[in-house]
Design a protein around this ligand. Structure first.
Ligand SMILES: Cc1cc2nc3c(=O)[nH]c(=O)nc-3n(C[C@H](O)[C@H](O)[C@H](O)COP(=O)(O)OP(=O)(O)OC[C@H]3O[C@@H](n4cnc5c(N)ncnc54)[C@H](O)[C@@H]3O)c2cc1C
Length: 300
């Protein structure tokens, strides 16, 4: 059986593309390697999305997932390993091979690591990339957050309600996140901001016991039970490097039309070259990618 459209990734971009595809009566399969919803599921409260004030990322994603399923979108939890181009595209997962006339790549992005020795080994043993997922393990403990953007500020606020003390380690003098969040952080008595600093060493074999930081070139030790890393995100497009063109940072090159240079392959959401990576632009891309894919299908 050949699908009209296979969507890779059940984040907001992918699910929106699937909804548009189904509403045009096309046969749609969504393939997702983890859980539906993508990166937004880890956030406690949605910001900047019209009419979604105050709802959690999980609640938001669940509504979109249920909408897609109710329309008849097929969703399978499999990891896409490769896409082979042709009149019919072959989509190879860790379990199956599927055929489709069009493909929408909506693989989003993953957490950037600090690239330190021991980092991978200590994930889940003191190191986390998600404060709302793991914060509760650090009730009344001492934690540090690394980063200076909105995610890091939001994580520090969330953790300061739970932990005894929160260090905010930031490599610059000023935060890059929103002024409103910075003001809230500065008002928290249990948050200590450490500017112009980087984590240079992680301690602990079975569990994180502390970190070494370098602040203005001077090394210091911090005893912490947990370290929350919020230093940005990177795309997950290596698997498609032979299929579509990537920019120097690994994003799939496409403009607002969401069309790649490969016929029948479209791209939506945070995984493409763009300036604003938010829910509203991910959903917008999903709609545009699917609409252009539908146009292409109708001309076949
Ligand atoms: C903590 C946090 C809070 C945020 N808060 C907000 C907010 O309040 N407002 C806002 O507008 N934006 C927010 N954002 C940004 C917003 O979440 C993203 O811009 C948006 O979710 C991107 O959606 P996406 O579908 O493009 O990608 P993603 O959400 O990253 O989804 C991509 C999906 O593809 C899957 N995938 C990847 N590779 C494969 C593969 N090979 N095979 C199968 N599946 C694959 C992934 O598992 C993932 O589920 C936040 C981001 C974070 C991290």
């Amino acid at each position: 059986m050949t699908y009209d459209m296979v969507v890779i990734g059940a984040g907001i971009a992918g699910l929106t593309a699937a909804i548009y595809g189904r509403r045009a009566n096309k046969k749609i399969l969504v393939l997702e390697s983890r859980t539906y919803g993508g990166q937004i599921v880890s956030t406690k409260s949605i910001e900047n999305y019209p009419a979604a004030m105050g709802i959690s990322g999980f609640e938001f994603a669940t509504k979109i997932y249920e909408q897609a399923v109710s329309l008849g979108v097929e969703i399978k939890f499999e990891n896409v390993m490769e896409v082979i181009d042709g009149t019919e595209k072959q989509i190879k997962t860790n379990q199956n091979v599927y055929l489709a006339k069009t493909v929408v790549i909506a693989t989003g992005s993953k957490n950037r690591t600090m690239g330190l020795a021991n980092e991978e080994k200590l994930i889940g043993k003191g190191i986390s990339y998600c404060a709302t997922c793991d914060g509760a393990f650090f009730k009344n403990k001492i934690v540090a957050v690394v980063g200076g953007g909105n995610t890091a500020l939001g994580d520090a606020l969330y953790l300061s309600d739970l932990a005894q003390k929160v260090y905010m380690i930031h490599r610059r003098e000023q935060f890059s996140g929103e002024a409103a969040l910075v003001e809230q952080i500065q008002a928290r008595s249990n948050v200590e901001i450490i500017p112009n600093a980087q984590v240079v060493e992680l301690w602990g074999e079975k569990q994180l016991t502390g970190v070494k930081i370098s602040q203005n070139g001077v090394e210091k030790q911090l005893i912490v039970d947990g370290l929350f890393v919020a230093v940005g995100r990177v795309p997950e497009n290596e698997k498609f490097a032979n299929l579509v063109e990537l920019d120097q940072h690994g994003y799939i090159i496409a403009d607002e039309s969401c069309q790649t240079g490969t016929v029948g392959i479209f791209v939506a959401g945070d995984c493409r070259t763009k300036t604003v990576r938010q829910l509203v632009t991910a959903a917008g891309d999903g709609a545009v990618a699917a609409t252009n894919a539908i146009k292409y299908l109708n001309q076949l």
